[in-house]
Write a protein that binds this ligand. Sequence first.
Ligand SMILES: Cc1ncc(C[n+]2csc(CCOP(=O)(O)OP(=O)(O)O)c2C)c(N)n1
Length: 399
Amino acid sequence: MTVESTAARKPRRSSGTKRAAGAESARKTAVATAQPHDAEPQLVQLLTPEGERVESADSAQFAPYVADITTEDLRGLYRDMVLTRRFDGEATALQRQGELGLWASLLGQEAAQIGSGRALRDDDYVFPTYREHGVAWCRGVDPTNLLGMFRGVNHGGWDPNTNNFHLYTIVIGSQTLHATGYAMGVAKDGADSAVIAYFGDGASSQGDVAEAFTFSAVYNSPVVFFCQNNQWAISEPTERQMRVPLYQRAQGFGFPGVRVDGNDVLACLAVTRWALERARNGEGPTLVEAFTYRMGAHTTSDDPTKYRRDEETAAWEAKDPILRLKAHLLATGGADEAFFAQLEEESETLGKRVREVVRSMPDPDTMAIFENVYADGHALVDEERAQFAAYLASFEGGE
Ligand SMILES: Cc1ncc(C[n+]2csc(CCOP(=O)(O)OP(=O)(O)O)c2C)c(N)n1
């Protein structure tokens, strides 16, 4: 482990007008030359990008968690990833056609989400961000229900308690606190279920996440912090978020952190099962860093060509989570052409259904905007409602 000395990173003093420019340049140099604390960070991998099973020192501890996986299970994971990608692509297209206001694509992150999502038990509780469409799929949330909020016709689209899948959270990192509080409650109830909080590398810079880590550690809460490090927080690269590999932060809070190949569905499944088991056994929180890549734009409002290089995206394309499992299934005879053809048909049917359902979603009543602002109502909201009703009434009888 190499720890860079703080002296080496200290900006040099300068004076006058050059001072600010000098400090800025020193800061840039420091960022560019900063070494991670661990020169060779751990990476748990069970399936290479070429689709071969691996046995390595980093992975040995986790391999038993998928030792009983059948070929049918592997086909199931593949099907989950393919259908999730299809749904996601359809949603992006619908936004481009003006049917959705916005969409946050999960393209490239299917293995992290399906692997971790399939590790969960029904009684576990999930706190997602706004990008966990694959986890929602695993929880049994109908994908079309995810689209209402992005179309602007409802405030969420599903009952969180039906599938133990909380509503999407846009306020970065705040759901880690919700998850921690919920997990503290689970422990007080004496239940043996676990809680999982999803968040991104950018969210890890939020104070909320540090508070969630502290509370869950000291209360030994049954929570798994599943960070999808997709390398970018909109246009901010990870070197602007951290000086040490993200998973190593957990150590400072007093619980384990593991970096897993986020494009390897098997490794994500194994590591999440291990972390959930720790939670259920009363061993407290775990940080899982799924090392992956956001292949698409941050959202449909973003243009990543403005801040990242094509070569970087191309390098990650070679690590595609779906292609590597396909390569494995083909090489081992785990699936034949008929399987892939049938799945393609199923994808088409899903895409068609998504388009039809979205286009037929009813617009909400205009006055509904005043509902659910306060549980017990509020004088100011009542006044605004009356003003707006009068405004709408002023058009009655017009052309
Ligand atoms: C508290 C807060 N600050 C800022 C934003 C604006 N914002 C939306 S997404 C985002 C980046 C999040 O990046 P990351 O956590 O890495 O997740 P990703 O979107 O890459 O999945 C920011 C800053 C927000 N939604 N909430």
